[in-house]
Each structure stands twice: as C-alpha cells, then as structure tokens.
Design a protein around this ligand. Structure first.
Ligand code: CA
Length: 236
C-alpha cells in the first residue's frame, strides 16, 4: 500500500510490473513501494491483462521474454486497441535491433537488463511526468506558453509561428523543462529514430526553433548544455 502523507501525485502512480523472474519481481515490488508507488506485480501476460481489466494503471514496466508470449507483441496489441498507457520495456538482450523493435511496438522507453534501480526510477519518473503533462492542455515555462490543443505558442505575450516539427520539439523540451534533454532522447522520442544519423537534422531544427524562440530583449530560454544536450528554462 502507498505510504500515508505523500503529497506528490507523481509518486502515487500505480505501476503494473510484468516480470516472470520471481526474485526480480519481488525486489522491484519492494523497491517501488518504498519509493511510494502503488505496485501491481504479475508474472505473465495473461495476469497482466486480467489486472488491466480490473483497474487503471499509470505505467507498465514490462519484461520482454515472458512465459506466455513476448512483451513486444503484447504492447503492439495494447496500442492496436488504443491503450496508450506508458510502457517501459525491460529487455535482457541489448542488441540495437531489439531496442528498435521495442520502440516500434509502441513502448515509450526501454531499459537493458541488468539495470540499476536508480536508473529505473529516473526513467519511470520521466515517463510519468510526460504522461501527466500531455493530459494538460497548456504547458508554461517561464514566460513561454504552449497550448497543446490549439498548438498556439506565445512568449512574453507575443505569438510565435512554429512549424509542426518545431512545435513538437518545443513541447518535448517543455515537458522536461529544467532538465537536460540529449540529442539521443530527441532522436528517439521526437523523430522516433534511435540512430545517430539524425543528429545534424536535429541540430538544424533546434537552430530554427531558437530563432523563433529567442529575441535580444528576452532572457535566453533554450540553453545548450555543452557535451550533453539542451535545457529549456532554468538549468539543473
Ligand atoms: Ca523474462
């Protein structure tokens, strides 16, 4: 059960953990509960489907190799049925092809086993934050405002005219405001292409976005973090 007195909505999230290795399932359950999450632990796809029919969950942590099927195929089925719950896939195989397969199926992010618990929690938080941000129609970062429904962007009250790609990029930055966003993350989440060949394209688009976003009379809002990536708003 969730500890009393935790006020942060993000920490109250319910996570369906699908993992057939009993020791790992047990330690994930304990660890995530200690972090304040409400955990639903299951070890097969069938149990996972049953759990989803009984309650809504905020995120699924999903093993790929399960006794009654592949996590990759199951995510594909979920997405085909318009279930858009965020999925963090855990795969024992770290081949690039498998990672791409996982993301192609509609998983939102992946972890390669064995992963550290800290890394898991960091990824969970990022996914949950993104999911909750996308439920709200307006994102505000300092004097910048993004209306997700109308796709209207203003800064200091002035309308900014963005291309669809620039809008998606800016929205992505805004959902992780105050944190470093790497080119790799942008390639994977905005371009849906986890390859380095997109780096130049991404840089060009970010330069275009910057020209729309920044004016000499305004403080810089989109920062380049040397050797790491970018950060919208106050730097970490
Ligand atoms: Ca497994």
């Amino acid at each position: 059960m969730v500890a009393e007195g935790i006020g942060n909505r993000e920490l109250m999230a319910r996570i369906l953990v699908v993992e057939d290795e009993p020791t790992l399932l047990g330690s994930l359950r304990r660890g995530l509960m200690e972090e304040g999450y409400d955990v639903v632990p299951v070890s097969t796809i069938e149990q996972a489907m049953h759990a989803l029919s009984k309650q809504t969950v905020d995120l699924i942590l999903l093993d790929v190799m399960l006794p009654d099927g592949s996590g990759v195929d199951w995510v594909r089925t979920l997405r085909a049925n318009s279930n858009m719950v965020p999925v963090l896939m855990a795969t024992a195989r770290d081949a690039v092809e498998d990672r791409i397969t996982g993301l192609d199926s509609g998983a939102d992010d992946y972890l390669v086993k064995p992963f550290s618990f800290d890394e898991l929690v960091a990824r969970l938080r990022a996914l949950l934050r993104r999911a909750s941000a996308s439920r709200e129609s307006k994102l505000v970062v300092d004097d910048l405002s993004i209306d997700l429904l109308t796709r209207q962007v203003t800064r200091a009250g002035a309308d900014l005219d963005l291309t669809p790609r620039q809008f998606d990029l800016l929205t992505y930055f805004a959902q992780s405001a105050g944190e470093v966003v790497t080119r790799e993350m942008i390639a994977k989440d905005v371009w849906k292409e986890p390859t380095a060949t997109w780096t130049n394209v991404i840089e060009v688009q970010i330069n275009h976005l910057r020209r729309r976003l920044e004016r000499p009379e305004w403080p810089t809002i989109l920062h380049t973090i040397r050797g790491k990536g970018y950060c919208l708003g106050k730097q970490p």
